[in-house]
Design a protein around this ligand. Structure first.
Ligand SMILES: Nc1ncnc2c1ncn2[C@@H]1O[C@H](COP(=O)(O)OP(=O)(O)OP(=O)(O)O)[C@@H](O)[C@H]1O
Ligand SMILES: [Mg+2]
Length: 234
């Protein structure tokens, strides 16, 4: 899927004052591209991912999704124009979201957490166990599948959150600092898996990171500062 952000602005009211977070952002992201999103803490990176997934709405502008990247004259879907049910279905089928703070379900085991998106998409079929086991192995957490999230380290929970976000093979993967809790070596291993899967599943990936190493492996680096998004040399 190709994504276009068109004149996107977002403000928050803070102490009675409008605080501009995103100021007329315009960008086009091609199908299959890996984009690193960098910028200081509080610059609006998570806010931008929330707008892309329809979790949050811009004050003005549109997030447009194109199913075919051949030409922009093709029909596009505007996330803002979707009703709540359409947004839920779009998120469920087309988006994988690795949340900055994981958002695992505490009452479900690792395996159940990862199965959950498959159940929602009606994809918990005979092939599911093999897919989950392959992913757990590639992320080196296969021995944790029957544990509950509270029994895992931060880095292990992060890898469960990654598995849960990609198990249903979404077309767009939004990854909010997916290696933020990992040591350098595990972080590199996880980044390898994410890049391999992006190719295998032909996903478009936006990856928020504070790591120069992670950013340098993306196709493009976009930097968010003072409400503006600028392209950086990768
Ligand atoms: N729901 C909200 N209500 C009010 N202000 C908010 C809300 N969500 C975010 N903000 C403000 O918007 C700004 C951007 O927040 P955001 O979480 O997008 O930053 P970030 O770039 O992801 O930072 P970090 O690198 O620390 O995760 C912050 O100043 C934050 O306080
Ligand atoms: Mg953030």
């Amino acid at each position: 899927m190709q994504i276009k952000l068109k004149n996107i602005s977002k403000n928050y009211l803070e102490g009675g004052q409008q605080h501009i977070i995103l100021d007329n952002i315009n960008v086009m992201i091609d199908k299959g591209e890996v984009i690193a999103l960098v910028g200081p803490s509080g610059s609006g990176k998570t806010t931008l991912l929330n707008l892309l997934s329809g979790i949050d709405e811009p004050d003005s502008g549109e997030v447009l999704i194109y199913d075919n990247n051949a030409s922009l004259s093709n029909d596009s879907l505007s996330i803002s124009a979707m009703n709540d049910e359409q947004k839920t279905l779009f998120r469920r089928h087309s988006i994988g979201f690795i949340f900055q703070f994981f958002n695992l379900i505490p009452t479900l085991t690792v395996l159940e957490n990862i199965q959950f998106p498959l159940e929602l998409c009606d994809k918990l079929d005979k092939t599911a166990a093999g897919k989950i086991s392959n992913l757990l192995q590639r992320l080196s957490i296969e021995n944790k599948q029957h544990q509950y999230p509270e029994c895992l380290s931060g880095g292990e929970q992060q890898r469960v959150a990654i598995a849960r976000a990609i198990i249903h093979q979404p077309q767009i993967l939004l990854a909010d600092e997916p290696t933020g809790n990992l040591d350098d070596e595990t972080g590199q291993q996880v980044m390898n898996v994410l890049l391999e899967l992006t190719k295998e599943y032909q996903m478009t990936m936006l990856i928020v990171t504070h790591s120069q190493d992670v950013a340098s492996r993306a196709d493009r680096i976009l930097s968010l500062k003072n409400g503006h998004l600028v392209e950086k040399a990768s």
